[in-house]
Write a protein that binds this ligand. Structure first.
Ligand SMILES: Cc1cc2nc3c(=O)[nH]c(=O)nc-3n(C[C@H](O)[C@H](O)[C@H](O)COP(=O)(O)OP(=O)(O)OC[C@H]3O[C@@H](n4cnc5c(N)ncnc54)[C@H](O)[C@@H]3O)c2cc1C
Length: 342
């Protein structure tokens, strides 16, 4: 087996996030010589936290210039570590920070990159990657002859590496930065407050709201305020992640007073996201193919729809409740609240 470089960046607190530990676990599963490369303001704590991972060497690019995500400095750091390590196979977590730079780094190294990899394995003694194509409709296992081969592993696909912390000896790799590398300055981070954050990739449950929540109900009226309360209460009680159908987020985007906490980032499906959660509950959504294709990685699926012949009933869900979601969710929230207070 060829030498593998695990390339990771630290978080703002100097730690390694779960995706980095997942990339490490994936690399270890292949066997062979392992080396680690770390980028960040200070990489010693991160190296120490994985000191027992069995890496033959730790390389580090550090300093204030590498604290925050920036294409020019991140690409230069990754390239310098790859040159120093000389590893033919490079595995990195497909975080938004690395996702921006890895293809460029592979190009600079004269290698190749594969992104959104969901698994790595050995086929005939050589590494192979698994990835999905055509919005998760086809899965391929592929190998490459070109080296270095940069593999960006999607978060949430592999159990993260766990082990004792220790003391790692980090070989510092120098990167010559010019002013041109630092043209882009990160002036701050804008993010919703934690309690307003509805997209939670690590949640056990995905809760999907469809356009039905905003449609006229049996009494001929719309009940958007009630829908908003039911959905937000459920999210608060369960910590579930919030997904949406395209129809619902399109309504919100058109400026209608629909569900103000919903944006296109919540959209699941062919032109939305394909999140990974053990369970999913769809409500007031018809379950059409362009939507349910985004449910590929939801293991157990349930849906609540008034329509007994909706897409969910046609093999898309494990369980379909043909019922009024307003009534069902009000009861579910009541039971959850009672359970919480007992
Ligand atoms: C190229 C292309 C890409 C697309 N990409 C996506 C995508 O990424 N994601 C996506 O979601 N869609 C996508 N679509 C659109 C998709 O085909 C559907 O139009 C969309 O998913 C419909 O949203 P919906 O089910 O919420 O709304 P609707 O089709 O309006 O369904 C609403 C459902 O709510 C039910 N309902 C109403 N009131 C209640 C109640 N009280 N209780 C229970 N049920 C109730 C109704 O019976 C109905 O089944 C795409 C389409 C195309 C052509």
């Amino acid at each position: 087996m060829e030498t593998i470089l695990v390339l990771a960046h630290t978080e703002t607190d100097g730690s390694l996030a779960k995706p980095a530990l997942e990339a490490l676990a994936a690399a270890k599963s292949l066997g062979g010589l392992l080396v680690v490369g770390l980028v960040g303001e200070n990489v010693q704590d991160a190296a120490n936290s994985i000191a027992a991972c069995g890496a033959a060497k730790f390389f580090g690019v550090c300093g204030a210039d590498f604290a925050q995500a920036r294409y020019a400095t991140d690409a230069a750091a990754a390239e310098a570590i790859a040159q120093a390590a000389g590893a033919p196979v490079i595995i990195a977590p497909h975080t938004s920070r690395w996702g921006r730079v890895l293809a460029g780094v592979a190009q600079r190294l004269g290698g190749r990159a594969d992104t959104h990899v969901t698994a790595v394995s050995l086929v005939n003694g050589a590494p192979a990657v698994t990835r999905w194509y055509y919005r998760q409709r086809m899965e391929a296992v592929l190998q490459r002859a070109q080296r270095p081969w940069v593999i960006a592993l999607d978060p949430g696909c592999v159990a993260p590496w766990r082990g004792e912390a220790g003391t790692a000896s980090v070989e510092k790799v120098a990167v010559n930065l010019t002013d041109a590398h630092k043209r882009t300055t990160v002036t701050g981070v804008r993010a919703p407050k934690a309690e307003e954050q509805t997209i939670r990739p690590d949640a056990k449950l995905l809760f999907v709201a469809g356009a039905g929540w905003t449609k006229k109900q049996a009494d001929g009226q719309v009940h958007v305020a009630e829908a908003e309360k039911l959905i937000l209460d459920f999210l608060k009680l369960t910590g579930a992640s919030l997904g949406s159908s395209k129809s619902l987020v399109d309504l919100s985007g058109e400026g209608q007073a629909v569900l103000p906490f919903m944006t296109h980032l919540n959209q699941i499906g062919q032109t939305g996201s394909t999140p990974r959660h053990p369970k999913g509950l769809s409500t007031c959504c018809h379950g059409e193919e362009p939507h349910t294709v985004g449910w590929r990685f939801i293991n157990e699926r349930r849906a609540i729809s008034l329509d007994p012949s909706c897409g969910w009933a046609r093999g898309k869900a494990d369980v379909l409740y043909v019922a009024d979601a307003f009534q069902v969710m009000a009861k579910v929230n009541e039971l959850l609240a009672a359970k919480k207070s007992s």
